[in-house]
Ligand binder design. Structure first.
Ligand SMILES: [Zn+2]
Length: 140
């Protein structure tokens, strides 16, 4: 979220929050009483999500699943795949990985078991402070 620096009308840095209008934070300037909202960032999504989405794509996660996990439209992800010419490597096995999103504590709990980390095809990636675990060996 872009931060406001000053009132767009009088440039005062003195303003207070004044409700939310259409999902946007509204502010009121304490100097001139002008109401303004934070500029929308438009459709640009931070590089962080682009990289995460493409990582997941490469790991075999479907567009719909990426949308569910990251909350990014599958159309955006498809566009990035095209834009950056991402090719998914041919996986040697046909089954898709299972995945789960864990809290840090949950992940630590799993890791107490040495067998957990000995699994082949286990990939752990951090997403927004949560841990995304891909596992190709679920059914073996
Ligand atoms: Zn002002």
């Amino acid at each position: 979220m872009k931060e406001v620096k000053h009132c767009p009308k009088c440039s005062s840095a003195s303003y207070v929050k004044s409700g939310i209008i259409k999902d946007r934070q509204r502010y009121r300037c304490k100097e001139c009483n002008y109401y303004f909202t934070v500029q929308k960032l438009g459709k640009r999504i931070s590089d962080y999500y682009v990289v995460k989405a493409l990582q997941l794509y490469i790991e075999g996660v479907s567009y719909r699943e990426i949308e569910r996990i990251l909350g990014i439209s599958h159309v955006s992800v498809m566009n990035w795949v095209k834009t950056y010419k991402i090719k998914r490597p041919q996986l040697q096995h046909n089954h898709k990985p299972s995945f789960e999103v864990l809290e840090h504590e949950q992940l630590l709990e799993r890791m107490k078991s040495p067998e957990y980390l000995e699994q082949k095809g286990l990939l752990i990636s951090e997403v927004e402070g949560k841990f995304f675990v891909l596992n190709w060996n679920q059914n073996q």
